[in-house]
Design a binder for this molecule. Structure first.
Ligand SMILES: C[S@@+](CC[C@H](N)C(=O)[O-])C[C@H]1O[C@@H](n2cnc3c(N)ncnc32)[C@H](O)[C@@H]1O
Length: 224
């Protein structure tokens, strides 16, 4: 168990949790390597400037792609030295995203709002892959993971970006505690790991066993 108060206590993964997992050099290679059927349903939670949305759609060729975001990036004052105005070419965040995704308009549905609310309408076990990359703080990741698991088919994958404890700007990320808890206590399974030049690594988990997670998260919230 971690004793650092910056994160909730969480279990370590063991060999059994990663048995058979495949290592990839890049996250795009991993997406291509997962057994996701073509013409399926795919969601990305947190789409920013569409960089990975394009990879997901080009690679997986879904019949439906759902792009979840709050689309408030235009308000950024200093994002690695850039303003929201510069980041989005003077457009709103959503306008910028729509422009970038115009070639994929036929399959793309934009779902604007906080994912902890908007994902609830999609928890029908119909998705093949949900890519979790929204708000990275623990409480948000926990809800995104729980709702994402409820969106998935039994054969689906929940893929977490940024499996790291602290990012390069020293923010404490909640992905590791949530994923480890989900895998160890929720009987999930890690099916791969994708390296990244800056170690913003991706970890995909098989979805079927994870669906009890929502109950655990809901009951914790109800107790508050
Ligand atoms: C790291 S960026 C996503 C990067 C993108 N997945 C990629 O790889 O190109 C995080 C995104 O999450 C969005 N976001 C932050 N909090 C959110 C929330 N509560 N609900 C939905 N989206 C959120 C931000 O607006 C931002 O676009």
């Amino acid at each position: 168990m971690s004793m650092d108060t910056r994160w909730p206590p969480y279990p370590a993964l063991s060999a059994e949790h990663v048995q058979g997992a495949t290592l990839y050099a890049r996250r795009a290679d991993q997406i291509a390597g997962l057994p996701v059927p073509k013409s399926g349903k795919v969601a990305e939670i947190g789409v920013w400037r569409a960089a990975f949305s394009k990879v997901l759609v080009d690679t997986l060729k879904p019949r439906q792609f759902f792009a979840f975001d709050i689309f408030t990036g235009r308000l950024e004052k200093d994002w690695n030295g850039m303003t929201g105005h510069d980041l989005f070419d003077g457009l709103t965040h959503r306008q910028f995203y729509e422009r970038e995704m115009a070639p994929y308009r036929d399959v793309t549905t934009i779902v604007e709002g906080s994912s902890s609310e908007t994902m609830r309408a999609y928890t029908d076990h119909s998705f093949d892959l949900v890519y979790v990359d929204g708000n990275h703080y623990c409480d948000f990741v926990k809800v995104d993971a729980a709702l994402g698991a409820e969106m998935l088919k039994n054969t689906g994958f929940l893929v977490f970006n940024d499996y790291m404890l602290i990012d390069h700007n020293h923010a404490n990320y909640g992905i590791v505690p949530v994923v480890n808890d989900m895998v160890v206590n929720g009987r999930g399974h890690v099916v791969g790991f994708a390296l990244d030049q800056n170690l913003y690594c991706d970890m995909p988990c098989s979805g079927a066993p994870l669906q009890g997670l929502r109950n655990r998260v809901s009951s914790r919230r109800d107790r508050r």
